[in-house]
Design a protein around this ligand. Structure first.
Ligand code: FDP
Length: 343
């Protein structure tokens, strides 16, 4: 980042001003990217407000609807999906949206509203925790449209089926004890905290770097018996290290966020003998790839056990992937364990 621009990025500035400053590095920018981030933050504020008063309204609990993975959707899943979809489709500078809650992508139908970005979103990650007042999140990834023909031409699936390496930006919102938005546009990771008294996200972390070594081991150990031998061995060894402690919330955004700030490794390994979990649980496009971009920009790494998540080419919108992310050394330690069993 240009030093003159970096000087203006100070704690406390609001997100809109921050985007305006960072966009100075891109004199050719049309404003669509700023517009898109603006719409994401607007939707995040609406969802945050609803989550904060969730117990008061009639919005907790499950619906009778199932998503494409056969999971029963929570009411807040559907609410968050509707809020983000509306914000992005009508005014977001995008041409197509892939949502974890929808089986098919959503097209921007009117040519005059079509922008140059394709967006993936997990509107409410960790929603099985929502009824218990545990932190949940939203994850988003922003790609450049690949389909030729300009706004007159409809977008296509290939605009969403891109490897994480092609992400223009990625981020998440964690609805926790405070609401935070963390994002990267490929140069540093920034964290903003929502000041609800003025309704603005203010810069609280100007340059997040994953501390290393040490930190938290974060994994659902109740699946220990289902993992492959190298993964079991790696988890046991990390657990025994003196500078590691265990924490698992079961809400990916919250687990990832804690480890981004404190170091360590978050794992969701495959369970080779368990139908539906042979590639783990997490979704490549909606969860893994955006988080991999953030981990990598913060000096860490995310892997599927064999290669960097950013290099994995998606075949389908709803592909799942094993996921190991955090300190570069810890992720490489797991990768080497897996490799050593294959050799
Ligand atoms: P949830 O099902 O509550 O939406 O991928 C979704 C996710 O939560 C992640 O946020 C979380 O890390 C993981 O599933 C939790 O899965 P387990 O309950 O199997 O640990």
């Amino acid at each position: 980042m240009d030093e003159e621009i970096a000087r203006h990025i100070k704690k406390g500035i609001d997100l809109r001003r921050h985007i305006a400053i960072t966009q100075r590095e891109h004199p050719q920018a049309t404003g669509e990217f700023s517009q898109l981030l603006g719409q994401i933050t607007l939707a995040a504020k609406i969802v945050s407000r609803e989550i904060n008063r969730a117990g008061l309204g009639d919005i907790l609990g499950k619906t009778d609807e199932e998503n494409v993975y056969g999971e029963r959707q929570a009411r807040l899943d559907l609410y968050a999906n509707a809020v983000f979809t509306r914000a992005l489709i009508h005014n977001g500078g995008i041409c197509i949206l892939g949502s974890e809650e929808e089986s098919d992508p959503i097209q921007v139908r009117k040519p005059e509203l079509r922008g140059k970005y394709a967006v993936t979103i997990d509107p409410l990650d960790g929603s099985s925790n929502i009824d218990y007042n545990v932190s949940v999140g939203t994850i988003f990834g922003i790609y450049r449209r690949q389909t030729e023909g300009g706004p007159q031409t409809k977008a296509s699936l290939k605009d969403l089926l891109q490897p994480g390496r092609d992400l223009v930006a990625a981020g998440y919102v964690v609805y926790g004890s405070s609401t935070m938005l963390v994002y990267t546009a490929g140069d540093r990771v920034f964290g903003f905290t929502l000041d609800s008294s003025i309704g603005e996200f203010l810069l609280s972390y100007p340059n997040i770097r994953i501390p290393s070594p040490g930190g938290y081991l974060s994994v659902n150990e109740s699946y220990f018996k289902n993992w492959s031998p190298p993964v079991r061995e790696a988890v046991k060894e990390i657990r025994d290290r003196d500078d590691y402690s265990s924490r698992y919330i079961g809400s990916m955004v919250a687990d990832f966020h804690r480890n981004l700030l404190s170091g360590g490794i978050f794992l969701y390994p495959p369970e080779p003998e368990v139908p539906g979990k042979r590639s783990g649980k997490l979704r490549l496009l909606y969860e893994a790839a955006p988080m991999a971009m953030i981990a990598s920009q913060a000096g860490g790494r995310a892997s599927n056990g064999k290669k960097d998540i950013l290099d994995v080419e998606p075949d389908n919108l709803h592909d799942r992937t094993p996921f190991y992310s955090g300190n570069r050394e810890d992720v490489e330690f797991v990768e080497n364990k897996i490799k050593s069993w294959e050799d």
